[in-house]
Design a protein around this ligand. Structure first.
Ligand SMILES: [Zn+2]
Length: 48
């Protein structure tokens, strides 16, 4: 089972937490291929 991690949508900057990125992004509708994995630190600090 894949551990949960943090993801950021490169289109709208929305951030998610889960085993996989949101597909599609609930904010802008971009496919999960537009999401990149980020660290917890980046997630908490609002890294863009
Ligand atoms: Zn998005």
């Amino acid at each position: 089972m894949k551990p949960k991690t943090f993801w950021r949508c490169t289109v709208c900057g929305d951030k998610h937490y889960g085993a996989n990125p949101a597909n599609p992004c609930p904010t802008c509708g971009a496919p999960s291929s537009k999401a990149v994995e980020i660290t917890k630190k980046q997630f908490l600090e609002g890294f863009i």
